[in-house]
Design a protein around this ligand. Structure first.
Ligand code: FAD
Length: 310
């Protein structure tokens, strides 16, 4: 394939929105996706907080709408993983893909992130049906119910507090005897009567019969095992940004997210990062889409200044 103006790596909320903007600006646009259109959101049954869908929308179907809209403007979808990204001496980029190299004048990396999992029996089976990695997204489904939150960092405590708006009780399960979350979050959590703490404890299995019914726990200090009856398990044991292509190429933060400015520009001209892969992301579909639009507009300015109008 000939050189494209804008290559987008990742076909989810950020990438497909960037594609809509880039292709609509009459730029030759190709989107590379190694798995399924929609990324993280494709695994979500009901998205209730994306504007325009007052009754909620299935995540996979929403992503298909994004895709159709991008293709309507002429973006080309390529179901290939990008395995390498190189900056050439003339400022252009080369993407290595499963089926060869692709030249691009500008690149928007929207490779997202993957939530770390517990890796225990039952977790995969109940993901999206009781097991969640996003309290902001899924807490509303647990109104009046008892749930477990696993983790002890900022995300776990912040989300546990949010989840108490819906759940009747939140059992925070942490493998250590103190939280790692910031002091102010800890204060709020300890003051919240709906949160109880189970220390020095790990989840060994997630159980249910069609519906999630509880978690098997083991105390790391005493070895004692128990079962906690809950209908939801929220897992916050870290998230890993899919930024391996950017390592050594652009500045990354300590957790490995791409450092960008307000226009989603990395420190390499012509190379942008948007959505969950960038630093300080709100980690929501709507913010990923907003980032994608911002990055595509900035990429268009870069192309116009560097190479002229389409
Ligand atoms: C279970 C769950 C439920 C959620 N529910 C909600 C919700 O209700 N509301 C909400 O707003 N948000 C929700 N979120 C968060 C939301 O899904 C993410 O914030 C959003 O999808 C981020 O979009 P993104 O485009 O940045 O990245 P991602 O969705 O992570 O997509 C990145 C894409 O890039 C692809 N990719 C990565 N590397 C490469 C490569 N080298 N080559 C080619 N392709 C590559 C991946 O396969 C993936 O498709 C949820 C997340 C999860 C996990």
């Amino acid at each position: 394939m000939n050189e494209v103006d804008i290559a987008i790596i990742g076909g989810s909320g950020a990438g497909l929105t960037a594609a809509i903007y880039a292709a609509r600006a009459r730029r030759r646009t190709a989107v590379f996706e190694r798995k399924v259109t929609g990324g993280q959101i494709a695994t979500t049954d009901v998205v209730e907080n994306f504007p325009g869908f007052p009754d909620g929308v299935n995540g996979f179907e929403l992503a298909q709408l994004f895709l159709r809209q991008a293709e309507n403007f002429g973006a080309e979808m390529r179901y290939e993983g990008v395995t390498g990204l190189r900056l050439e001496p003339d400022g252009r980029f080369t993407l290595s893909t499963d089926s060869g190299d692709q030249a691009a004048r500008a690149v928007i990396v929207t490779a997202g992130a993957e939530y770390n999992t517990l890796g225990v029996p039952g977790e995969a089976e109940f993901t999206g049906r009781g097991v969640s990695y996003c309290g902001t997204c899924d807490a509303a489904f647990f109104k009046g119910q008892e749930v477990a939150v696993v983790g002890g960092g900022d995300a776990a405590v912040d989300e546990a507090l949010f989840i108490t708006r819906y759940a009747s009780k939140v059992h925070l399960i942490h493998r250590r005897d103190q939280l790692r979350a910031s002091a102010v979050l800890q204060e709020r959590a300890f003051a919240n009567p709906a949160i109880t703490f189970t220390w020095d404890t790990v989840v060994e299995a997630i159980r249910g019969n069609g519906q999630l019914q509880g978690v098997d726990l083991r105390n790391l200090k005493t070895g004692e095992t128990s079962t906690l009856p809950v209908t939801g398990v929220f897992v916050f044991v870290g998230q890993t940004p899919s930024s391996e292509l950017l390592r050594g190429l652009v500045e990354l933060d300590l957790a490995g997210h791409a450092v960008v400015d307000l226009q989603m520009r990395t420190n390499v001209p012509g190379l942008f990062a948007a959505g969950d892969v960038r630093t300080q992301s709100a980690r929501q579909l709507v913010s990923a889409a907003g980032d994608g639009a911002t990055a595509a507009i900035a990429a268009e300015h870069f192309l116009a200044e560097t190479y002229g109008a389409p």
